[in-house]
Design a protein around this ligand. Structure first.
Ligand code: ZN
Length: 293
């Protein structure tokens, strides 16, 4: 009876997936020998301790997601609200970041990365995410000899008045982009480019054009300022995901990461060889056949 009581009180907890891992079915419980039911009681106790641990972690995450101080690009950053879709995808959960389920999934990531499995997205854990995301990017600048540029139709671009010499991108990247847009249309159940969503803002940028951009817009985002821009490969695309197309202000990025277009990209772009630059929701890089480093 005591065992049953413990089981049902555990079931009141919120970690349903966690429990599924630990609990055996009712008939199995009846079949237990007394020795094994002692083990069972012990594991239920562990489950309860974990449940309270992750409830506590969830409360910490609720605060840290809008208050954690960390540094990126020579700037102090506040919180990780903007990166919730990417974090959720990376740790494989659809649960909200203020839930014990989310904290549990974070703890599994931490375990795999050799970090203390607290379930809390603290500075160290957030940096383990950004390091992982950055490791999946192109990692080079400039055209390689195998790259060939083609010119895409102006209709694919966010700005209908974009200069004809700024419509180039690498051939395979364009083919993959077209496949991705077709899939988005089928899966989002509407024309994904209505409202210009998922249209190309910027693609190949020659070193000369990049230099002109640097001079013209000294206050532009880091990518626009970069000397060795991934856009010089023809494999990087800025894709419209909402709001101001390429403004790095937190409020703009927070708006962008909540659009269906961005959320779809986070979950599906990899299937087509596209990987995100976490800091710029619009910037995606085509890295086909990449393997995790
Ligand atoms: Zn870009």
């Amino acid at each position: 009876m005591k065992k049953r009581f413990l089981l049902s009180s555990a079931a009141v907890g919120v970690l349903s997936t966690f429990f599924a891992y630990f609990l055996v079915s009712d008939s199995d419980v009846h079949a237990q020998t007394s020795a094994r039911s002692i083990n069972k009681t012990a594991s239920v106790k562990t489950t309860n301790e974990n449940s309270s641990r992750f409830t506590h972690a969830a409360a910490r995450n609720l605060r840290l997601r809008s208050s954690l101080q960390w540094a990126f690009g020579g700037k102090t950053q506040i919180g990780w609200n903007i990166y919730v879709p990417l974090i959720s995808h990376t740790i494989g959960t659809d649960n909200r970041p203020d839930t014990a389920e989310f904290a549990f999934a974070v703890s599994k990531w931490q375990e795999n990365r050799g970090l203390t499995a607290t379930g809390i997205v603290d500075r160290e854990t957030l940096e383990s995410f950004t390091k992982y995301w950055q490791s999946r990017r192109l990692g080079r600048a400039g055209l390689s000899s195998a790259d060939s540029l083609i010119t895409a139709p102006i209709a694919e671009f966010w700005d209908p008045s974009r200069s004809p010499d700024l419509l180039q991108l690498e051939r395979q990247t364009y083919a993959a982009y077209k496949r991705m847009i077709a899939a988005a249309a089928a899966e989002l159940g509407s024309d994904p480019t209505s409202g210009k969503f998922l249209r190309i803002i910027s693609s190949y940028r020659s070193p000369a054009y990049q230099e002109a951009l640097r001079k013209r817009e000294p206050n532009a985002g880091r990518a626009a300022l970069a000397k060795n821009s991934p856009h010089s490969t023809g494999h990087a695309l800025d894709i419209y995901v909402g709001g101001e197309p390429v403004k790095t202000e937190d409020s703009n990025r927070l708006l962008q990461v909540q659009t269906p277009a961005y959320k779809w990209m986070v979950k599906n772009a990899e299937r087509f060889g596209f990987y995100p630059y976490f800091y710029e929701p619009w910037h995606w890089e085509y890295v086909p056949g990449r393997v995790d480093r």
